[in-house]
Design a binder for this molecule. Sequence first.
Ligand code: DPP
Ligand code: ZN
Length: 854
Amino acid sequence: QTVRYLADYRPYPFVLSATRMTFDLHPTATRVRTALSMVPRDPGAPQDLVLDGGKGVELLSLTIDGQAPDTAHVSRQDETLTVAAAALPPHPFLLETAVQIDPSANTAFEGLYISNGMFCTQCEAEGFRHITFYPDRPDVMATFHVTIDSDLPVLLSNGNPVGQSQGRAEWHDPWPKPSYLFALVAGDLVAVSDSFTTRSGRRVALNVWVRPGDGDRAGFAMESLIKSMKWDEDVYGREYDLDVFNIVAVDDFNMGAMENKGLNIFNSKLVLASPETATDTDYERIEAVIAHEYFHNWTGNRITCRDWFQLCLKEGLTVFRDQQFTSDMRSAAVKRIEDVQALRSRQFREDGGPLAHPPRPDRYEEINNFYTATVYEKGAEVIGMLKRLVGDDGYRRALDLYFDRHDGDAATIEDWLKVFEDATGRDLTQFKRWYTDAGTPRLTMAEDWQAGKAGGTLTLTFTQDTPPTPGQSDKPPRVIPIAVGLIGPNGDEVAATRVLEMTEARQSFAFDGLGARPVVSALRGFSAPVMLSRPLDDATRAFLLAHDTDPFARWEAGRDLALSALTAAAQGQSADGDYIEAVGRLIADESADPAFRALCLNLPGEEEIATRLSADGTIPDPDAIHAAREALARRIAETHLDLLSGLYDVMTVAGPYRPDAADAARRSLRNAVLALLTRIDGGERAEILFGVAGNMTERMAALTALLRRGRGQTELAALRDEFADNRLVMDKWFAIQPMAAPPAQAAQIARTLSQRKDFDWKNPNRFRALLGGLSANHAGFHAADGSGYDFTADWLLRMDPVNPQIAARMSTAFETWTRYDPARRAKALGALERIASADGLSRNTREMVSRMIA
Ligand code: DPP
Ligand code: ZN
């Protein structure tokens, strides 16, 4: 059976209390001995013992309490090994296996593999079965004792070090954990070290392990780790629970990072940073991901998931926690806007197309295909709504109860909701739909104003409706928290934020005793992940942009103005006067945070415009969208030339580079201004900036601005010469070219780059850089001649047999194909069908493509 269903969940028939493993490391022939202490759950009803094990795991021996069972009782299927009940005693027993695996042949980077001479592992979700035979499921939890034999100098695993001698290291992890949290690293590494004393006085040794030569780029990761440990104590009361916390940076990694107990493994791009090589965005992301993986120690490791359908139990909550952390470390307003932008561009896009699924899916073929924006980012939004509904106190009580009640458990979404019900007395039956139903609700708001002697009454009437998604045609109404404030005609707030709790398909709320008709500031803080539409003229939007006290709603008003100008222009009308004027006032507003002004100045992306048009029932034309956006940017630059030039000079950041929020904010505003000015000055400022900038943030901004104008070749060459040996900078170099190329050339540029010797495509970062760079160029990927689709399909087919996880992930470039015109649809479908018909396509890619074609 290929599809797995939530409804089929059954507990494992054995309890595994302890796991002991010995690794004899060898690049092509690693031997692994595993001893499992098993206890039958029901000795009166003997059951077969089924272990997972990938094709590459060669069984050398198997014993039960030291005796080899009759061979007739042991059978090997494709990805499992079964010991028949007849061969098992009705009491606790020790199952021992010896296997051999070949890490050097592991190009899929699941299980044990080699990256640049370093042994490392990735076991989430189902990688452990490529290391040994094991009940590889998250509800089977055991303590681990691991011995590593190898001549490599640094040998790491989970837990605490319990023995170290020449050629051997032993680790013991006292916290029972599922196999997906197992990790092993062996290599020639150096550490940046520090320590942290927890609030109860436990001294924890901290190390960030990197390759020799990279030590000077690991300091920021360490600082971020220490801040995270402190924050989780202060805000959630969560303390670290081992003597050591290790982080290792690895160059070949399918994910961003992995929260293995006590031994986090990171994609090197999320650890290594120096001003010369990393941008402000990279720094912010490193800080956030270090925090995310650290926070998993409680939300993910101490309390894990019962099965993979519950993935959002740990991911949604941990994303929510890392978002809170970043808000506290930096600007909460800016962080919220950035998160909403990301949600709309990735999650709304997913939720509105053939790959839509609920945060808690109830079926899948390949779980790796469900590490999605819906599970992660929408999962976090759902928790934000819960918190809004129960209040900060209720949230705190519920979380305390969650940690109390479920520490050591493999839990479910039902368990999670129950702690909120028990802690707050609320019934969350209807709220649960956010977890089980896919799709983005569309919310409309209408206003009715009645003047009266005792003051006027404003009635807001909302309707909600969620379009059907694959496999779910009927969408009953959800609970939607709608945060609303009212602003008087003079610009003063007359009603502070109030959360309206919508539970019906159509529902009205009245505000009375009002002096004059106010302007409504709706969905403040983006209080629910919905698409709100309300009849609002551009003058009122401009009013909100000027006066709203809620930073998100204020930014949103500007965003709506820009979108209304852009969608009109993309359909051949023009209506941008209000937006250009409002932008002028904003640029001149020195009281506003520069980062906020930058966010307002960056026009909505082409993908976002296409999503909006498509949600409104219009077929988006990528070329017209591109042209409209270019034209609007140019008109802004022309209209406000003097203001912008002045601002460009004023926002110069003096002194040595610091990655903090204040300096990064100034650079982001200056770079947004530069992008506009480059349309007028032909690239003069950008060329100068590229030459003098000592940091990667400004160099990338300058280079992007130049490439968008069809220039920048000298700068590209300079960057390559300087950083040919730096993988992470070269990834940027590969990504930026198709991304910032004029759309008609984008696919050709990507193809030419793919023929270079240094297009090391089996490295996930390099592959993602080039294919992701192209798909980030909306009009380039969707070029009318199909060149973007063809290029992408060619490379997905090449990657699939090598690393199916990456091929499947990158196939989402096609997830919006159905929204375009018939000619583009035909070309995209042709590319998808070409992939679908390939021989031996992986389960990963097959599932993705068939969902997209269905
Ligand atoms: N490493 C991934 C994350 O932390 C999966 N757990 O989100
Ligand atoms: Zn995570």
